[in-house]
Design a protein around this ligand. Sequence first.
Ligand code: SF4
Length: 324
Amino acid sequence: MDFKNVFYLYSGRIFLLDCNGYLIECTEMRDVAVDGKQHLEVRESDDPHIVWKHLVDYKKKWLMTVSTQKGCTHNCLFCDVAGLPFKGNLTQEEIEYQVKFILKNTDYIKVCDKAKIGFARMGEPAHNLDNVIATIKRLPEISKEQNKQFRWLPCFNTILPRQCKNNPLDVLDSVIETKEKYYDGFLHLQISCNSTSEETRTRLFGGASVLDLESIIAHVNRQHTTNRTVTLNFIVMKDIEVDVNKLKAMGMSGDKFAVKLIPLNKTNNANNNSLETYANYSNYEKLLQLKDEFSKAGVPTVVDAIAKCEEAGLCCGQLAQIYQ
Ligand code: SF4
């Protein structure tokens, strides 16, 4: 795999790597931590200096993402990876290479209490389960080889497709088993939900049949889980149903689940499909109201409205699309 280029965001970098003629992306970023008035300042400002003031120390938390496939078989209406040609799974070595590449290019980071790595840049990891899980298990060894003292937090982010060589329930079992056996519960399983209407979910996932929310909740409720709960992700969009009561009636509780509400990024695909965000930096209160509804239902909920990657045109797959 060859290094092709690097691009800078306010809080990190996107690397483009050439994998046998196909460009894949991986990233490294610092978290932005702010509350109250300062949160407003960071949300509404395009001045990098404002963001830089609030970057979290690498020692406390650091964020990475790696690709798991060359493109993606799915055609989610909100994602620009969908516009790229699909050329198959990355091998375990190719996924691991990205991790090593990031670590080698961040030699100044020797210690990190929360090295969060998402297997979620390009590709749906459920289709490449064995290679992704093998890499997750290898993480402590990889950082040790590079003399880094990291406490890893792997993050498996999936739409749980039904048409997959791995049954989606087996995918859940495999990730949860890895979470409990290898990471003492400190693995972050995030499931893309985006709506509480199954019909709408299928449409948003470009026609892909995905495991329904009722089955996800029932299955996770039956599992023994410790430490991290399972996160249900909602990219919140205008006129798209997100009904807390429906989820509660299905058995969602704060014992097993957390919820993440994410404004829709300004991707080309979302634009072409006339999707609009429900709320964002300027009408942030609407997101807080929705968060309140989940909190009242007893489910810990976070709003993720700080990362402004779309402002630079650098959401997942956008850079590779330009270069391809
Ligand atoms: S959101 Fe995930 S599954 Fe959907 S097209 Fe993008 S990479 Fe593929």
